[in-house]
Design a binder for this molecule. Structure first.
Ligand code: T3D
Length: 263
């Protein structure tokens, strides 16, 4: 597929998707969603890929849904944006949650609406100091979608989640990190190098264990303790039979760096 709205490249086991509509702050269109689906298919299929990094081109991460996209056209007939959620945003988030590699969002500038949710859907979000997170939805009469109502209260608690969602004020990156919404904030000038180092680190780690960690963490809120312990036991059994566990233990005993294959 010839990409017009994203950039996609793979190097050193790290796949990088760059949302690439900088003049419209990388807002999502139907065409961009189609390209994202294609790129995520490639990530899922290419066993050489061990990490996915998502970022935006230019001065913003992503401003959410492109409000001028035909999908959103408010005219004689109201648009069925529930349909757009089902077709585009729900699959995007579920694909990320089920991806066989860990995911990192590198956030520069504003992450608004579904753009903020996209960053939260990644396993790690790392932002530059000048970045911000904006639950823009209430300003246009919508609710935080793309998983926003799921991620926000889990990360920051109900009081802060409600404040962010209702008042739609920009949350500066430093406060986002302080509140536990994102993993880390760094100087703008250090953002690229920091994220590259984290991606390289993850690319050398036991991929399957990282992904099972994500699955277990996200399952926990809807599980009883007993169900969660059973899930942990199942994953431990699977991982214990895998080559990366054997390699990790051997490397520890032999006092050398492990060479994980991601299996
Ligand atoms: O379809 C469905 O299923 C519904 C799903 C909805 C999910 C959602 O994401 S709803 C929320 C949609 N997003 C927004 O409401 C955010 C709208 N944008 C803003 O509030 C501001 O642009 C920002 C706070 C993000 C940034 O402000 P600022 O001052 O830094 O930039 P700007 O001047 O407003 O924007 C720069 C350009 O990007 C400008 O275009 P122009 O005038 O230079 O040609 C602006 O129109 C464009 N832009 C920014 N955000 C969007 C956008 N164009 C279309 N859609 C946008 N969301």
């Amino acid at each position: 597929m010839d990409y017009q709205n994203i950039l996609f490249d793979v190097a050193g086991g790290v796949a990088r998707i760059t949302l690439n509509r900088p003049d419209k702050l990388n807002s999502f269109t139907g065409a961009m969603h189609a390209e994202l689906r294609d790129a995520l298919d490639s990530v899922q299929a290419d066993k050489g890929i061990r990490v996915l990094l998502i970022t935006g081109a230019g001065r913003a991460f992503c401003a959410g849904q492109d409000l001028a996209d035909p999908d959103m056209a408010v005219g004689v007939t109201a648009p069925d944006i529930g349909n757009v959620v089902e077709k585009n945003y729900k699959p995007l988030i579920l694909r990320l949650q089920n991806l066989r590699v860990p995911t990192v969002a590198m956030v520069q500038g504003v992450a608004a609406g579904a753009g903020a949710s996209l960053a939260l859907a990644c396993d790690l979000a790392i932002a530059g100091k000048s970045a911000s997170f904006l639950q823009a939805f209430s300003k246009i009469g919508l609710i935080p979608d793309t998983g926003g109502t799921w991620f926000l209260p889990q990360r920051v608690g109900m009081a802060r989640a409600m404040g962010l969602a209702l008042l739609a004020e920009k949350l500066p990156a430093e406060k986002a990190a302080e509140w536990g919404l994102i993993w880390q904030v760094v100087d703008d000038a250090a953002l690229g190098a920091t994220v590259d180092a984290v991606a390289a680190q993850l690319a050398g780690m036991p991929t399957k264990a990282l992904v099972r960690t994500r699955q277990a963490m996200h399952a926990a809120p809807s599980h009883t303790l007993e169900q969660q312990l059973s899930m942990e036991g199942g994953f431990m059994r699977e991982l214990g039979w895998g080559p990366d566990f054997a390699e990790g233990v051997s490397a520890f005993m032999e006092k050398r760096a492990p060479r994980f294959t991601g299996n």
